[in-house]
Design a protein around this ligand. Structure first.
Ligand SMILES: NC(=O)c1ccc[n+]([C@@H]2O[C@H](COP(=O)([O-])OP(=O)(O)OC[C@H]3O[C@@H](n4cnc5c(N)ncnc54)[C@H](O)[C@@H]3O)[C@@H](O)[C@H]2O)c1
Length: 286
């Protein structure tokens, strides 16, 4: 079984950056790949800010901060991932670019390397089929924010080997996560249950059943949820949320899963939630 020491992460968005920090703190050497030098630098600046905040709050000491920072490298060239034992792709939730990327990684990475995906809903089998190593492909699905959420869904696709799954499990557990095993099916467990609910919350808002604030207050007060559904959609990202709902709709062939028109409209308007500064709520950029 491959021993994972160096981890490559593709995609420097919300999840890629978060997972890079988690893996760096767990002691892995991390190579985080963004498509541009600017993206890689911005990600490292974000990591510095996050680590500084943890030092300020007394959750990390200076020596630990220096050690974590020394383990994480930002790169723009995909070829820099050649020596990684595990590469986890965490780019936009869209099958075409993911297929292209995993095909390229298959050519670049060593024969023993595991290629994994952080997809929320897409078929791991389809991604595996774009490589010449389907036995070494699996899903390692972290949750947002990666540092705070304790769960990882480990996705076995049709041809994933036991060794691949065990190596991926060890990696996730070393990152301090609780692992659940799930089948390669749209939305796995969490999103298959969560997103119909979130999508229905948007439909209730659209139908005027209650205001935005009252829908969120209702689910916090009535179900003891830490966040309301509309706040949570903003945290996930409305583009990613729409992609997830569309994949569930296609995967389960259920008309009730059709994306709420308002969700699609907000995405078309560029309102993607917290990451763009506005979604169901406005987020003043500091
Ligand atoms: N946001 C969440 O709550 C969440 C939780 C778990 C898993 N995920 C999954 O993680 C992955 C990334 O989501 P995110 O929330 O970090 O998204 P994000 O929008 O924050 O980041 C997406 C990243 O993909 C890059 N990208 C966009 N188009 C690309 C292309 N054609 N080729 C290469 N890179 C491209 C962007 O530059 C960006 O770095 C998705 O598969 C998503 O489903 C998201």
């Amino acid at each position: 079984m491959v021993e994972i020491k160096r981890v490559g992460i593709c995609g420097s968005g919300i999840m890629g950056s978060g997972i890079a920090e988690v893996a760096g703190k767990a002691g892995f050497e991390v190579v985080l790949r963004s498509r541009s030098e600017e993206g890689a630098s911005a990600m490292l600046a974000g990591l510095d800010k996050s680590l500084a905040k943890q030092v300020e709050k007394g959750r990390l000491d200076d020596a630990e901060r220096t050690a974590v920072r020394g383990r994480v490298r930002g790169v723009a060239d995909l070829a820099e991932l050649a020596e990684c034992d595990l590469v986890l792709e965490s780019i936009v939730e869209d099958l075409a670019p993911k297929l292209e990327l995993i095909g390229e990684l298959d050519k670049i990475c060593g024969d023993d390397a595991i290629l994994a995906t952080n997809t929320s809903t897409l078929s791991v089998k389809a991604l595996a089929a774009a490589t010449g190593r389907p036995a070494q492909v699996c899903g390692i699905h972290f949750f947002n924010p990666a540092a705070a959420m304790p769960l990882v869904e480990l996705v076995r696709a049709e041809k994933t080997s036991d060794d691949t799954l065990e190596a991926a499990r060890r990696f996730a557990e070393s990152c301090g996560k609780t692992v659940v095993d799930v089948r390669d099916q749209a939305g796995f467990v969490v999103n298959a249950l969560l997103f119909p609910y979130l999508n229905n919350a948007v439909k209730l808002l659209e139908d005027g059943v209650a205001s935005r604030d009252d829908i969120d207050a209702a689910m916090k007060g009535g179900c003891n949820f830490p966040m309301g559904p509309l706040e949570l959609l903003d945290l996930v990202g409305l583009d990613t949320s729409l992609a997830i709902v569309e994949a569930l709709h296609a995967g389960f062939d259920d008309p009730n899963y059709a994306p709420a028109p308002m969700l699609r409209r907000l995405v078309e308007e560029g309102k993607l939630g917290r990451k763009s500064g506005a979604g169901f709520y406005d987020y003043a950029k500091k």
